[in-house]
Design a protein around this ligand. Structure first.
Ligand code: PSU
Ligand code: MN
Length: 310
């Protein structure tokens, strides 16, 4: 049996540690989506339901966050409640923020980049979220490019998401991922999904039809010693999808407001997510929750297939 994974700053929930040491499937889940991506109390409910969706596939969920300076792989119900209730009071943590929260003993809600780092420390290969960060619109002036993209270029974790949201420049995000050597796989689609809608108008790099084929792809990538991750783009279920023109109008308004209010840096993505939820009277939140659940299910299936391939 493999040695238990130990690391000075890492706490792995026993159920997760057992699964990892026996090579059983585990799916990482992020926590910025809980504290900064959705309002209370839907955020807490989403976090719990997403864990159940992973379990239903036969994989073990491991929600990741920093609690009082400890890197947590797998959270208790109380810890999920704390992140959900405190919301913006919890620090949003990407790669550069981790040393601060750890050394100061603070709580941190981990973005895709920080969650990938911690998942990798624990030996987890598959991670489900809603949407990844990307190249922001107007990035040629602001240089605002999410640390998620460089992390995907260096850390070997597959991220299942619903594609790229049009709060971002989707074309530039794809170009940046290519530069970083990150493959973008379409799960049962050749079209890159645009989060709330199933088609962004851009294509994926590779359309892949089954969890077993995704698992084979990942094995090939990592067995060649390629250190980066992969994006698995999984479209929102048809029944929950929203028309692109409708959602894009609200996104444009949110972007104009952000600009007028001078919102920048790490605050911009949470601001836009919050405004889009408000401007759609919560309709976009229902879609957001549905797509996260669907990503958890597909990530669970991929993790199961990956561990079955040994
Ligand atoms: N997109 C969403 N929901 C989210 C995020 C992005 O639809 O909750 C969060 C994720 O945690 C992602 C982070 O990693 O925002 C990216 O932030 P930034 O743009 O500041 O890099
Ligand atoms: Mn940014």
């Amino acid at each position: 049996m493999a040695q238990p994974i130990t690391h000075t700053h890492l706490d792995i929930l026993p159920e997760v540690a057992d699964a990892l040491s026996q090579g059983r499937p585990v799916v990482a889940l992020e926590s910025t989506i809980i504290s900064h991506g959705m309002p209370w109390p839907q955020n807490a409910e989403m976090a719990n339901t997403v864990e159940e969706a992973v379990r239903a596939t036969g994989a073990i969920p491991a929600t990741i966050a920093v609690i009082a300076g400890r890197l947590k792989v797998g959270l208790t119900t109380d810890e999920i409640q704390l992140l959900a209730r405190q919301g913006d009071a919890v620090m949003k943590c990407s790669r550069r923020d981790l040393p601060y929260v750890v050394s100061q003993g603070k709580h941190g809600a981990t973005t895709v980049s920080a969650t990938m780092i911690i998942a990798h420390m624990a030996g987890i290969r598959v991670f489900a979220t809603g949407g990844i960060g990307g190249v922001h619109r107007g990035a040629s002036e602001s240089m605002d490019i999410s640390a998620d993209l460089t992390e995907l270029g260096r850390t070997p974790v597959a991220v299942v998401c619903a594609g790229v949201k049009s709060i971002l420049d989707i074309g530039l995000t794809l170009e940046y991922l290519e530069t970083q050597g990150v493959p973008v796989l379409g799960f049962q689609t050749a079209a890159l999904p645009a989060f709330y809608s199933r088609d962004s108008g851009f294509g994926v790099d590779f359309a892949i039809d089954s969890p077993a084929d995704v698992a084979r792809f990942l094995k090939a990538q990592w067995s060649m010693g390629m250190t980066g991750g992969a994006v698995i783009a999984n479209p929102v279920p048809e029944a929950d999808s929203l028309p692109r023109e409708m959602i894009d109008a609200h996104i444009s308004q949110a972007l104009t407001e952000a600009d007028a209010q001078g919102i920048k840096g790490k605050n911009i993505t949470p601001f836009l997510l919050k405004r889009v939820t408000e401007l759609t009277d919560g309709v976009s939140l229902v879609t957001n929750i549905a797509l996260v659940l669907n990503n958890a299910k597909v990530a669970g299936e991929i993790a199961v297939a990956y561990s079955a391939q040994g």
